[in-house]
Every structure is written in structure tokens, then in C-alpha cells.
Ligand binder design. Sequence first.
Ligand code: IMP
Ligand code: ZN
Length: 347
Amino acid sequence: MDNETVFYRELPKVELHAHLNGSVSSQTIEKLIGRKPHLNIEHSMTAIGKGQLRTLDECFEVFKVIHKLVDTEEDILMVATDVIKEFAADGVKYLELRSTPREEKDTGLTKRSYIETVINAIQQCKSEGVDIDVRFLVAIDRRNGTEVAMETVKLAEDFMLSSDGLVVGLDLSGDPTVGHGKDLLPALQRAKNSGLKLSLHLSEVPSQLEETDLLLNLPPDRIGHGTFLHPAVGGSQSLVDKVVKNNIPLELCLTSNVKGSTVARYSDHHFKYWYQLGHPSVICTDDKGVFCTDLSQEYHLAASTFGLSRADMWKLSQQAIDCIFAPEAVKQQLKQKWNDLHPQVFK
Ligand code: IMP
Ligand code: ZN
């Protein structure tokens, strides 16, 4: 491993935007394929390799294949524990995983048992002493509409109260070209009122000014992507002003956006715009398995693309602590951890 690679691996990091089924590594996919050979799924169908580009539609097809491979409690337990341990091995000290609870009639999986299983995986890793604090965001898939969104919020509320602080919020994701945010507003409003934190995928594709404006009025606690918020790419100054005024952090995923073809080149990535504004921006992976990356590679990529120093990258990872959904006491613990690790990382 070269010097730079070691630095970015050792840099303590916070991962705030990771979809469980998009984060499944090739090793875990192999194990799943071994469990279900009759599906005839090949590895090339679940990951987008180096230099490959896809349309966003094609990316969503990949998730369908992975969902076929992950359809029992046993699968979810394995996937979640593997993903958590992989993030820990990559130097992630605090992770917010998100996932859309699914029901599978054939295997008896219910949305409730889906969430319980993810929580079990988190607890199992903790009891094994894996050095990472993991929290969970329950995801709403926007394509499923009003009623499912409300049902998901109610489930998330139950788990927020019964999971010992592990369920901290709600995510809105799914194919951004399907459905409209206005149909989901009552559910999101309810979630917010009940104390769930909100991370919403916003302006992931162009021409969603009206929807973005509506959802920004909630306001959300964090924004996923926000690729088309700023005026230069067809967004607007008033959207930017709302984000800035409410100090809503952005979760930015470079490889995901380039491989999913919503950003043409790394150097065009909107990280640059928000970083120059001094706005809280957190580097994340989105789907480390599907996009064949990890968080240390994303930090390295941001540094090399935008000419940032190791000290700048340390500051970025440290500032991400203020954007987490876990309570203040956890932020303090993490800040202490960063202080303790500093000499070792810059040795
Ligand atoms: P899961 O929720 O754990 O099953 O993770 C996969 C799901 O995450 C997909 O089916 C989408 O709903 C969502 N997802 C993953 N990546 C993206 C993205 O870049 N944009 C929007 N939704 C996404
Ligand atoms: Zn995402």
C-alpha cells in the first residue's frame, strides 16, 4: 500500500450516506450467489467497475438484482454484519446505514423483521467489539407512494423508541424520476414532528426545482446529493439560500454521481461549489459495493481532484461529526477519538 492510501485508510472517518444493499462487497455477493445458485446471477450484474458508466436507470436495475439475492433474515444479517465490518476496516468510526424495509412473502420476511435483523446485526458487531458506532435510518422508497411512506414512518417511530437509540432517522430515496415529493410530505412532516431526523435525496436529477423547494421547507436535517441545487446547473439561488440559511449539511458521493452519469467529470462535481462556500459537506460512498469504492478512496479522490491537503481532509472528516444524527454526547466521544488518533495519523 502506498503512503497516500495508508493515510486515507487511517484517517478516522464518518459515513453518513450508505444504502445497505448498495454497500454489499464482492466477497459477500459471492457468498449470496453460493446460497442461491438457481438464480443464475453473475457478479457482473451487481457491480459497476472501474471506468464504467451507467445511466441512473441502469443503476436501479442493479439494485433489483441484489434484492433477489438478499431476501431472507439470514441474508440480511450476513449482509449487514459484513458491511459494518468492512466500513470499520476502512477506518470508519461512525456509520449511519440506511435501508428500505422489504416484505418477501416467499421467505416470511416482514418489514418489521427486516428492521429487527439490521438492528441485531448492529448489536452483534458491538458485542464483538468492532470499533465503530453504527446507527440506522429507515428508508422510504419514493416510488411506493403516500401510504407506504406513512406506514414506514410509523415503523420507524416504533423502532426509534425501542431500539436503544439505534434508529435515529428516516431517509427518502429511490429512483428520483419516479413519484413526486408532495405526495410524501405528510409522512415526512409527521416523522419530523415525532423526532426522527430526516435525510432526503434532493435534486439528484435536473429540473426538480419545485419538488426541492417544497421539501426544503420542512426543512430536512441533511440532503443527499443535491447535485442540481445551484444556479450553474439549472438550480437556483433561492434554493441555495434556503440550504445555507438552514445550515443543512450535504452528503456528497463523487464516484456514485460520475458512474451514475449525473455528473460528467470528477472535476465538475458540486463538492467544489459547496466546499468553496464553506458549507457543511460530508464525503460519503452511497453504494460502495455497486460502485466498487470505499470511503477512504472517496476522500483520496476528493483531495486529488480538488487539490486539498491532508490537513484539509482531516478537517473535513472532523467537521462531519457535527452532521451526525446521534445525540450530542456521541459527538463529544467522537471528537475525543479524533483528538486521540491525530498523532498516529500524522506520524
Ligand atoms: P436498500 O434500501 O438497502 O435496499 O438499498 C438499495 C436502495 O437504495 C435502492 O433500491 C434505492 O431505493 C436506494 N438507492 C441507492 N442508491 C441510490 C441513489 O443514488 N439514489 C436514490 N436512491 C438510491
Ligand atoms: Zn443515495
